[in-house]
Write a protein that binds this ligand. Structure first.
Ligand code: NAP
Length: 257
């Protein structure tokens, strides 16, 4: 990918663009900022907090990059299809898709409501499926592209109280490997990044004792930062990762090797 977004300031249609779902906060925001740093025009999406999305766009602009924020519920298949038709196809040069949007609705198995299981699957896995399908149609025509899925260490190792989330993230790893095989012939690489325990709003709701016990189990003895994850994504999005596909890059401080 060439770092041409800032240089070709007039045309979003020509400069390489990166779409980051859930790019308004947390890990997605750091990914959006880092890909803009690396020269991509960034489209970041949000679902419920437009003000956070605008702040993310301003932050990127202040650093000399280009971004725009758009609303999209990735758990709504029809909305994803309409979004790609209206905002992406023939509007931007889609080089990178980062399927980052994710939610948790934790609970022990015997108490978990089917609607909480379904919603977590719909957003975390169904959203990545639908966005990948739409992006692949566009990237496939240009015979180039990068799809990066944000999975999780718990999709690899499991976690009590997260049957829905772990199933979704494990499924995302399967989706990554399958799509990597299928899309390679079209010049599209598909990889996953599996973060460990990262400091964001998602983990802020955990109590001090829980955090301390997690940190105890991390060989590098600290929580990860959103930037730790963003740098792995930036690598996979770069030319340096041209021959890597179907892989799961763990960013977890050694938590699960
Ligand atoms: P976060 O701080 O809670 O941010 C979630 C982002 O996703 C927000 O931008 C949110 O938008 C967006 N979002 C939520 N529901 C959405 C939907 N239905 N459609 C589109 N966007 C939606 O989460 P995070 O901790 O940064 O996590 C980002 C990704 O990393 C997730 O896939 C998560 O599973 C994964 N991950 C996180 C950790 C961790 O320790 N934090 C570890 C492993 C993996 P609004 O603000 O507008 O609602």
């Amino acid at each position: 990918m060439t770092n041409s977004c800032a240089a070709s300031a007039d045309s979003w249609a020509d400069a390489p663009a990166a779409l980051v779902t859930g790019g308004s906060r947390g890990i997605g925001r750091a990914i959006a900022r880092t890909l803009a740093r690396d020269g991509f025009c960034v489209i970041l999406t949000y679902v419920s907090r437009p003000e956070e999305a605008e702040r993310a766009v301003e932050e990127i602009a202040a650093a000399g990059g280009r971004a725009r924020a758009l609303a999209l519920d990735v758990g709504d298949d029809a909305a994803v299809e309409a979004f790609f038709a209206a905002q992406i196809k023939d509007k931007v040069n889609l080089a990178v898709l980062v399927n980052n949007a994710g939610i948790t609705r934790d609970g022990f198995l015997i108490r978990m409501k089917t609607e909480d299981f379904d919603r977590v699957l719909d957003v975390n896995l169904g959203g990545a499926f639908a966005c990948s399908r739409e992006a692949a149609k566009i990237m496939g025509r240009r015979r180039t592209g990068r799809i990066i899925n944000i999975a999780s260490v718990v999709g690899q190792m499991g976690n009590a109280g997260q049957a829905n989330y772990c199933a979704a993230k494990a499924g995302l790893i399967g989706l990554t490997k399958s799509n990597a095989r299928e899309l390679a012939a079209r010049g599209i690489t598909v990889n996953a990044v599996a973060p460990g325990f990262i400091e964001t709003d998602m983990t802020a709701k955990l109590g001090e004792a829980v955090v301390a016990s997690y940190v105890e189990a991390i060989p590098l003895r600290r929580m990860g930062t959103a930037q730790d994850v963003a740098e792995a994504v930036a690598f996979l999005a770069s030319e340096r990762a041209a021959y890597i596909t179907g892989q799961v890059l763990a960013v977890n401080g050694g938590m699960y090797c």
